[in-house]
Design a binder for this molecule. Structure first.
Ligand code: FES
Length: 187
């Protein structure tokens, strides 16, 4: 180089340009991947409990009582239906009372369970042993011992619940039905 002449920087080579391009692309890709990984728990947190099964009552048979406690032809007995585990969107609770049933054994030995919920507007019915009938205290609906509607504003009889006897135990499945309708619609 001649003395007094300004120094000139050499133009970047093609290799340097492509290396810078590669680094830029790699930085964007790695940054995007890290962002996506970090976003997963945030999306999960915001979306929770979407997609999770929500259980409002025990859908499984509940061990209600010993079958030997029922006498054929005797008045129905009231039993609480206590679910071992009930899960809602956020929590799991143990030993939850999900309802009650009136259980009886017919003279020919068939075990019957009726929901204790009045199908009019949902009050709890009671059995009157003298009259051999269920009565609702709220608006005076009445039902015979088999659950058939006798009087009052209820539009249908008491709701039978699925029941089975297994290993000497009475297993009842709690089902809730829409009230004030002539047909039984599970809710
Ligand atoms: Fe039973 Fe109305 S709730 S008669």
């Amino acid at each position: 180089m001649m003395r007094g002449m300004p120094e000139q920087s050499s133009p970047p080579s093609d290799g340097g340009a492509s290396r810078r391009g590669f680094l830029k692309t790699a930085t964007v890709l790695i940054g995007g991947a890290i962002g996506a990984v970090l976003a997963i728990p945030i999306v999960r947190f915001v979306a929770y409990p979407v997609g999770r099964k929500v259980v409002r009552s025990a859908g499984e048979p509940i061990d209600a009582m010993a079958a030997s406690a029922l006498t054929p032809g005797a008045p129905p007995v009231r039993v609480e239906l206590v679910a071992k585990n009930v899960r809602d969107a956020w929590t799991v609770a143990s030993d939850v009372t999900v309802g009650a049933a009136w259980v009886s054994k017919t003279k020919d030995g068939k075990v019957v369970a009726l929901s204790s919920v009045c199908p009019h507007l949902g009050c709890a019915v009671a059995f009157n042993a003298d009259k051999k009938a269920f009565k609702c205290p709220c608006h005076k609906s009445e039902f015979d011992a088999g659950g058939k509607r006798l009087a009052g504003p209820a539009k249908r009889g008491l709701d039978p619940l699925p029941v089975e006897v297994k290993n000497g135990r009475v297993l009842i499945t709690q089902v809730r039905y829409r009230t004030d309708t002539p047909d039984r619609e599970p809710v």
